[in-house]
Write a protein that binds this ligand. Structure first.
Ligand SMILES: [Zn+2]
Length: 485
């Protein structure tokens, strides 16, 4: 089996891997590049293959950096099946429609600005629109089930629980006597929401994500204690408590945690506003597919309770309601997206509250250094919000332990049942992957950084370990971007 990584090679975003066999090619994930202009420009590069020639597409999970370029593939002529699990199909619909809406809104906004300077010809068309997404959704085949082998084009594919987000799978791929594992994104075994990933079977080669391959997460109990402390302190300060959250997985984790903290009396009950229709929609899928979640949540669902609904929760649907929250008096928790504060409803809440010393900003997601959230975490005194300079006087609490991604211990545990495969590293920054190589070697495993766009024979490679030839040394600070979470 030959693999060509068209994204998430030497970076954490844009996952797309073309698997070629003598009997046809299958694309595994088709994700969007996110995290700054240079990376995002890569979304406009043509695919280095003819989309109608693909035998099939498989999705490991519904994060935008794994599904976001799928409508482009369809725009360029792909009409074949897109296999995934049922929850991935449900979440992909929410994620892709939101993405199309943002694309089109961004385009209209840029066009309005450009008209004033007569430069509208320079504004790039949106990558795709809702019609493209609907054509894409029609191709989804939500037939993959954990532990059950399926025929996908020329491949025999068995998905297993990855424990990363709802519906997430890693894949055992068998073809011509070779066994390959594609990890997709693997979950943190202390996610507090998802069941652990299933132990993988032996394989000849493993393509594994390495987002956090160089570090160990803070434990879940310590993280929850830290979150509780931050909330109590924030409630004492008496102002608004803003929690920027991504709509899938993090929002549900925070709602579940808030409910537990308030029900147990550890945190006083104050009003909670979930100001994200997308998060509200995604939460309904967590009901539908609750069997993937940890025991206390499954039990609560079995009793007919709503584990994601603290008693003081209000869901804010329209943007008018969202604006009216600015005039709401008294302490309240506001959950709004996006998680890195680079857009979305969190921006107007920040504009109205970030300058008040009584406000608390509780950060529960990774913030890339270039994002608005990253600048606030780094101690910026003022930030620009919706065209205005706003001084940062709010208390900022950074809770680092919530993560939906495997850390180094999780990755080693994952590899521990795979025998002695060749290990190909993807979905990580080069520095992180290089730090992981000696750790792999100490376990008797040969790791190789997957090169970008260069086809490799997964079992008979010409560079048997370490760095691909020509990889420049150094680079920016290792870690995660939007897909990281
Ligand atoms: Zn993911």
């Amino acid at each position: 089996m030959h693999l060509q990584s068209l994204g998430a090679a030497l970076t954490v975003t844009g996952s797309a891997h073309l698997l070629t066999t003598p009997r046809g090619s299958v694309l595994i994930d088709c994700g969007m590049f996110q995290g700054g202009e240079d990376l995002e420009a890569r979304n406009r590069e043509p695919f280095p293959f003819d989309p109608p020639d693909l035998a099939a597409v498989i999705l490991t999970h519904a994060h935008l950096d794994h599904v976001g370029r799928l409508p482009l593939l369809v725009r360029q002529g792909y009409r074949g099946p897109v296999y995934c699990t049922a929850p991935t199909a449900a979440l992909a619909e929410t994620v892709l429609l939101d993405s199309a809406r943002l694309q089109v809104e961004g385009f209209r906004q840029a066009l309005r600005k450009a008209r004033r300077t007569g430069r509208e010809a320079e504004v790039q068309e949106p990558l795709y629109d809702e019609d493209d997404v609907h054509r894409t959704l029609a191709l989804l085949r939500p037939s993959l089930r954990f532990g059950e082998a399926a025929r996908v084009g020329p491949l025999r594919v068995t998905p297993f629980r990855a424990g990363h987000i709802l519906g997430s799978a890693y894949l055992l791929i068998e073809q011509g006597g070779e066994r390959l594992i594609m990890s997709g994104d693997l979950g943190n075994r202390e996610s507090g929401l998802q069941l652990d990933f299933a132990p993988p079977p032996p394989a000849d080669a493993v393509v594994i994500e390495t987002t956090y391959a160089n570090r160990t997460h803070r434990s879940l109990p310590a993280t929850l204690a830290e979150f509780g402390d931050a909330l109590r302190q924030s409630i004492r300060a008496g102002g608004k408590i803003l929690i920027p959250t991504f709509a899938i997985e993090r929002a549900q984790m925070i709602l579940y945690t808030l409910k537990n903290l308030m029900d147990s009396g550890e945190v006083p009950r104050i009003p909670i506003f979930l100001d994200s229709p997308m998060a509200a929609r995604a939460t309904s899928e967590y009901f539908e597919y609750g069997d993937e979640l940890i025991v206390p949540i499954r039990e609560a669902l079995g009793r007919g309770e709503d584990p994601f609904w603290p008693s003081t929760l209000h869901v804010v649907l329209t943007s008018g309601e969202s604006q009216r929250l600015n005039r709401y008096d008294g302490p309240a928790i506001i959950l709004a997206g996006n998680g890195m504060m680079t857009g979305g409803r969190i921006q107007h809440h920040l504009k109205h509250h970030l300058w008040k010393p009584s406000t608390s900003l509780v950060i529960v997601s990774y913030q890339s250094p270039g994002s608005l959230g990253g600048r606030i975490v780094a101690g910026a005194e003022t930030v620009r919000l919706m065209g205005e300079e706003v001084v940062v006087r709010a208390q900022v609490h950074t809770i680092g332990g919530f993560s939906a991604h495997a850390d180094q211990d999780d990755l080693l545990a994952f590899l521990s049942t795979t025998g002695s495969p060749r290990v190909w590293l993807v979905h990580g920054e080069p520095e992180v992957m290089e730090a992981f190589l000696p750790v792999l070697a100490s376990r008797g495993l040969t790791g190789t950084l997957m090169p970008d766009h260069q086809e490799v024979d997964l079992l008979n490679t010409s560079f048997p370990g370490g760095r691909p030839p020509g990889l420049p040394t150094g680079g920016r600070d290792a870690r995660d971007s939007v897909g990281g979470e």
